[in-house]
Design a protein around this ligand. Structure first.
Ligand SMILES: Nc1nc2c(ncn2[C@@H]2O[C@H](COP(=O)(O)OP(=O)(O)OP(=O)(O)O)[C@@H](O)[C@H]2O)c(=O)[nH]1
Ligand SMILES: [Mg+2]
Length: 291
């Protein structure tokens, strides 16, 4: 099955986005909003996307979303970090409708000319749809499709946000790549992991590293050993293997990953903590900064 914009939907319902679809979205935009998760700004940043944007001669604006989950001064630090790297950036909380006005102003400042066509791109679960909804908001002149534009097709509908901003309504979902931890941080659905325990253990280690009381705060669990934490969660929720009555840690592992994606498990990293290897180790952006 295919969506209206050509992405394949597997029988399980997940959208298999591809880089060529991202290219098409970028080529139809003047400005690309790359949505990042404020807890993991670098692991949700994509050098590959930036290269595509630059190759197409388009502008990029980094939207550090979920900034309600981190202290404001840390959000400021990340904004400055990215700006020093040469990328305009702002922080928002799309879910709490914080920074929406700032976002519109930033779009207008970053756009090459007005009116402008902007698209929203990012890994799964970073809040792309929430950003689009926050932008459409109650102040939008109209949320109906905007035909009469040469680029208008059924697959790339434009929505008018205000007099100067048109949005491509399809969020560009970046293909998930990286090691098991990076894949989870980039929104890989826990239901789709054959082995959720290993990535959950890596995630728990990372969370504990930056917020030692995260599991006490979220689940009331004091243990500091990842497997012990998973067992505790399973026991408390009554998840046991039927035959052995052992705690069903696979289910607990999925719950932890889900709670990270839903924003229930929080921590923050400062840009200044980058160089001392913060726990991920495969490709491009990660913890040594943007190269
Ligand atoms: N705390 C917090 N949670 C947010 C924010 N924005 C989105 N979320 C939550 O993050 C989850 C994903 O949000 P979506 O807007 O659906 O993210 P998306 O990028 O469109 O996700 P996909 O379409 O599945 O790729 C939801 O549980 C949202 O409630 C935010 O600003 N703060
Ligand atoms: Mg979405």
């Amino acid at each position: 099955m295919r969506t209206t914009w050509g992405a394949k939907i597997s029988p399980g319902g997940i959208i298999l986005a591809s880089w060529s679809q991202i290219e098409r979205i970028v080529s139809r935009s003047d400005l690309v909003l790359l949505v990042l998760d404020a807890r993991e700004p670098l692991n949700t940043f994509s050098r590959r996307l930036v290269k595509i944007v630059e190759k197409n001669g388009k502008k990029i604006l980094l939207v550090i979303n979920k900034s309600d989950l981190i202290p404001r001064n840390i959000a400021e630090e990340w904004k400055s970090y990215f700006e020093e790297e040469g990328y305009p950036a702002i922080y928002v909380s799309a879910a709490k409708h914080m920074g929406t006005l700032k976002l519109r102003t930033a779009i207008k400042h970053t756009a090459p000319s007005l009116p402008t066509v902007a698209s929203v791109v990012g890994y799964p679960k970073v809040g792309k749809s929430s950003v689009i909804n926050a932008l459409k908001g109650k102040h939008s002149a109209s949320t109906s499709p905007y035909p009469g534009n040469p680029g208008y097709t059924r697959t790339f509908q434009l929505y008018r946000v205000d007099d100067n901003i048109l949005m491509i309504d399809t969020p560009g979902i970046l293909p998930i790549e990286g090691d098991p931890l990076e894949r989870v941080l980039r929104g890989h659905p826990p239901e789709r992991l054959d082995d959720p325990v290993n990535p959950a253990v890596m995630l728990i280690q990372r969370i504990l590293r930056f917020n030692p009381s995260a599991f006490l705060y979220t689940y009331g669990i004091e243990a500091a050993d990842p497997l012990r934490i998973l067992e505790e969660i399973a026991i408390r929720r009554g998840w046991f293997y039927k035959r052995t009555r052992e705690p069903l840690i696979e289910e607990a592992a999925r719950a932890v990953i889900r709670d990270y994606h839903n924003g229930k498990l929080t921590y923050y990293i400062r840009p200044s903590q980058l160089s001392n290897n913060s726990g991920t180790h495969s490709n491009e952006n990660q913890d040594t900064g943007i190269q």
